[in-house]
Design a protein around this ligand. Structure first.
Ligand SMILES: [Zn+2]
Length: 564
């Protein structure tokens, strides 16, 4: 039986050798052997290398007579190899040129693909929360059809905001503490504010147990939203609220070791239970700005609380306070500019600790001139001036504006907290937290965890450090200065044998709308000097010297902390 095979040399041939002559067999075998060396079956159809090899075969592998089935060949000469290499190079060049557009497109696609992956990763890690909680995110509104908004609680579980459902099934938001937590907890109608706004996504998510959840979805009932457990202390918030009294201003209380926001009060305030009904009244009175959370968004001249920054800058430059001395006459003149101490008091001969404890403006004007504008700016910026602060509620940046070119008068004013510098009470509380915590600022924690209504933890925020604001040595030096303010200086109203306290008072002058000069009353400090417990920042607007108004407010808060 004859079997027909495809002939690799381009010719059909028979497996039945009887019908072929010996010469024909020899020729066919040679062709097959040539193909075995890599000769392509259809040389005329092969581009590049195939055609070249074919050509070389023709040139180099000439037959030198037929002897049996062998095909003798001669070796490649040096010239052959050179020519071969040259040809290969040229071909590679041509191939690269021909392929260039395809290579470019391939790389472009890979690049775009990598960028897309990068963006998705970035979006998921950094932007997710802000997009999820954005009031413009329509998806959340649709969630209210399936989920009953969850509760916001204090750290101990006390409810600060919850949803009430009446007999007809109508939902309303209820705030058991009314005005007291107005700014920090916020509100859910007429737009959103405070934690109600930034935790909106969590409050409208439900991680209720799966069987009940599915049952509810089948029966068309709403699922209960998750609970946001804050770091707030009801007793400290109530104390801070009542201690600030009728003053406009703000109070911030922080645990410096964990970053927990224990209390945050702003006045004037509003009642979140009736905000929808009161809305027109609230927004028609422009001068009150009662919706503004002054703790994080109120920008005030720091007054003498800024001496903390100037003192730190001096220490960073000189590595000691020991070489400093100053004779205060109650007035200092330099470059035609005059500075007074508060009430024009002459403090006399002072070392650095005394100048800080007395809050001596003249001494600190001189210190500012000694330190210089560039060094003071560098210290201020290392303490997060002119930068966004870590704050779940957003808030404002503090601003340090002084430039070296502004001259001595501006330097003198800035060094003791006047000039163009503006801070938020929250920022001052963060600086003092870092001093109390050996230089390390913990990431401020507003929310400890989110849990389902049946108590399972959904997300948890453990304490973590945010940034080292100064060295341990520097924070020890600042603690020491601030302790002297309480034992021997303007903060003596806090002196008690019940607990130790340290801090800095401030009496910040500002220009009122009627052109008169007013004074904001400041205190920033902490209790438990050896082992810090809480940091308190107080500002009472237009309330006189720090020692007369802000210090007694701080004392009430410290007392409340240690009596509970
Ligand atoms: Zn003085």
């Amino acid at each position: 039986m004859k079997e027909r095979n495809a002939n690799v040399s381009g010719r059909d041939w028979d497996t039945d050798s009887e019908s072929l002559t010996e010469e024909e067999i020899g020729r066919d075998i040679r062709k097959i052997m040539n193909n075995g060396r890599g000769r392509p079956p259809y040389p005329e159809q092969q581009a590049g290398r195939g055609r070249r090899i074919d050509e070389i075969n023709r040139t180099v592998y000439t037959d030198e007579g037929l002897t049996g089935y062998e095909t003798p060949r001669r070796e490649l000469t040096k010239e052959d190899k050179k020519r071969l290499q040259k040809q290969e190079k040229a071909e590679r060049r041509i191939r690269r040129r021909i392929n260039a557009p395809y290579t470019f497109i391939s790389y472009a696609f890979v690049l775009v693909f990598l960028m897309l992956i990068g963006y998705l990763v970035y979006f998921n890690i950094y932007e997710r929360d802000s997009i999820q909680n954005s009031p413009y995110n329509k998806r959340q509104d649709s969630q209210t059809r399936y989920v009953t908004r969850g509760s916001i609680t204090a750290a101990d579980g006390t409810v600060l905001a919850e949803t009430h459902i009446d007999e007809s099934g109508r939902e309303s938001r209820y705030y058991p503490y009314g005005n007291e937590f107005a700014h920090i907890v916020g509100y859910d109608t007429n737009g959103k504010a405070g934690l109600e706004s930034v935790c909106n996504y969590d409050l409208l998510a439900s991680h209720y147990n799966i069987i009940d959840r599915v049952t509810n979805e089948f029966t068309g009932q709403k699922n209960p939203g998750d609970t946001v457990v804050t770091s707030l202390s009801v007793s400290l918030q109530e104390t801070a609220y009542s201690a600030l009294g009728e003053h406009r201003g703000a109070v911030v209380v922080i645990d410096p070791k964990t970053g927990d926001i224990l209390a945050m009060v702003s006045k004037p305030d509003f009642n979140p239970n009736t905000i929808a009904a009161d809305w027109n009244d609230i927004i028609s009175v422009n001068t009150n700005s009662q919706l503004v959370n002054r703790a994080v968004s109120g920008l005030y001249p720091p007054g003498s609380t800024f001496k903390i920054v100037t003192a730190l800058s001096y220490f960073q430059k000189n590595a000691t306070f020991a070489d400093f001395s100053f004779d205060c006459t109650g007035i200092l003149e330099n470059s035609g500019h005059t500075v007074h101490c508060f009430d024009q008091t002459a403090h006399g001969q002072e070392d650095f600790e005394q100048a800080f404890a007395n809050s001596c403006n003249c001494a600190f004007s001189q210190i500012g001139l000694d330190v210089g504008a560039d060094a003071l700016r560098s210290t201020a910026e290392s303490l997060l001036f002119n930068q966004s602060l870590p704050c779940l509620l957003g808030g404002k940046k503090s601003s340090y504006a002084l430039k070296a070119s502004e001259g001595n008068a501006a330097m003198m004013q800035t060094a003791f907290g006047q000039g163009d510098t503006l801070v938020t009470p929250y920022h001052m509380a963060l600086i003092v937290s870092a001093i109390a915590n050996d230089g390390v600022l913990m990431k401020p924690r507003f929310v400890r965890r989110v849990e389902s209504v049946d108590g399972n933890v959904v997300t948890k925020n453990d304490p973590e450090s945010y940034k080292i604001l100064m060295t341990r040595t520097e924070s020890d030096q600042m603690k020491n200065l601030m302790e002297k303010v309480v034992t021997d200086g303007t903060g003596s109203g806090l002196y008690t044998d019940w607990y130790s306290a340290a801090g800095k008072t401030g009496s910040a002058e500002y220009r009122k709308e009627d052109g008169q000069t007013g004074t904001h009353s400041w205190f920033v400090g902490f209790s438990g000097v050896e082992d810090p417990d809480i940091v308190v920042a107080v500002i009472a607007e237009d309330a006189g010297a720090g020692s007369t108004t802000a210090v007694p407010i701080a004392r009430e808060i410290f007392n409340s902390y240690y009596s509970s």
